[in-house]
Design a binder for this molecule. Structure first.
Ligand code: CP3
Length: 342
């Protein structure tokens, strides 16, 4: 068993510096990933365990981050339910979005054995890796946005939102079904050795907080309870939730990942004191100069750590594909080499 700052901090221990990893670190920005992508489609890369394990482990070797995240996608769950997905130049597209279906009940035959390659990937990662691995899936609200709308091309998923209001019973049915699948999938990932689990709710902010709290948050709590009953720490990323951060209690998660819109100190005031924070560097900061990156860390982040050490460094959303990799390397090294964290 390796010694890990990341899992220590997740479990409430104090570290000499904050651990660091980045959302979307596996793939996109990495030169070796880009080379592989010239020969393989994204889908192929996810489905071949050796390749997927290589990409999972790349950021630890190349960037020096403290944890790896499984190379896969949140849309693998709807695919395992039989929804046909194509990856276009503009992102993912479901061929038959559910908002056009008159009756959704007969549609699904979830078959999680379609995700066996994920568990094989984790087995390889576990054998070859020397850092903790984060498993993940999409939260029911965010997954439903894509299943109902078909694509993220339309801002704020209007057809998905219409469906939530026009067809509340079917919405409930879909949430319950996805919750059960998320739990089964998460538990399988735990069986295959993940050290932490992150639930991505990138579109948590598209519905009013009252609707989120009544219909979607209970599902998150259920998934959290299942994951934590196996002693695996649970991180939740409710992007765009704003004042809803005050709903983030220990019943919801161990750590909450804060988006770039909300400052960490404001978030700290809203989130329950026993819940740790992750985040929230603006991914666009990585397009500025090294001097600006360093001064932002010193001004906005070092003082935060001095007051609140239950914190994991991450971005406030994913790394963009065209981020200058030397700046990502600089930031990671700066975090690890800085001696004045205390
Ligand atoms: O974080 C990681 O590096 C781990 C792997 C991971 C991917 N997607 C791989 C991926 C994770 C955790 C995700 C989550 C995901 N996928 C989310 C939630 C987090 C977020 O970023 O908002 C969402 C909304 C998706 C759906 C998705 N996948 C979209 C909209 C797109 C296209 C736009 C984009 O961001 O590239 C993807 C593609 C995707 N997912 C790629 C990778 C490596 C790029 C594939 C390629 O063309 O090589």
């Amino acid at each position: 068993m390796y010694k890990s700052l990341f899992t220590d901090v997740l479990k409430g221990k104090e570290g000499s510096r904050p651990p660091v990893w980045y959302m979307r670190q596996a793939g996109r920005v990495l030169p070796d990933y880009r080379k592989l992508r010239e020969r393989h489609s994204f889908q192929e890369m996810m489905e071949q365990p050796e390749l997927a394990a290589d990409v999972t482990l790349m950021p630890v070797a190349v960037l020096g981050v403290d944890a790896s995240i499984l190379f896969n996608d949140i849309l693998s769950i709807p695919v395992s339910m039989g929804m046909e997905l194509v990856w276009t130049d503009h992102g993912p597209q479901f061929l038959k979005p559910l908002c056009h279906e008159d009756d959704i009940h007969h549609l699904f035959h979830p078959d999680l054995s379609k995700l066996n390659h994920v568990y094989e990937t984790l087995d390889i990662v576990k054998k070859r890796g020397n850092a903790p691995t984060i498993g993940f899936c999409g939260a029911p609200l965010t997954t439903l946005c894509y299943m109902l709308q078909g694509t993220s091309a339309k801002h704020d998923f209007p057809d998905a939102k219409k469906f939530f209001y026009a067809r509340p019973q079917e919405t409930c049915y879909l949430i319950d079904m996805l919750t059960d699948i998320c739990i089964e999938y998460a538990l399988k990932q735990i069986e295959h050795g993940i050290d932490a689990f992150q639930l991505f709710d990138t579109h948590a902010g598209i519905v009013p907080l009252e609707l989120y709290e009544a219909s979607f948050l209970p599902a998150v709590k259920k998934i959290a309870a299942a994951v934590r009953s196996h002693n695996v720490p649970f991180i939740y990323f409710p992007k765009g939730i704003g004042p809803g951060l005050s709903l983030m209690t220990p019943e919801v998660c161990d750590f909450v990942s804060i988006d770039w819109q909300t400052s960490l100190s404001r978030a700290r005031e809203m989130v329950h004191q026993d819940v740790g924070l992750q985040g929230n560097i603006d991914p666009f900061l990585l397009f500025s100069s090294k001097e600006k990156i360093e001064s932002t860390m010193r001004k906005d982040y070092v003082p935060f750590f001095q007051n609140h050490n239950k914190w994991i460094v991450n971005l406030g959303h994913g790394v963009m594909a065209d981020t200058p990799i030397e700046n990502l390397l600089f930031l990671t090294e700066w975090i690890k080499d800085e001696t004045n964290w205390w």
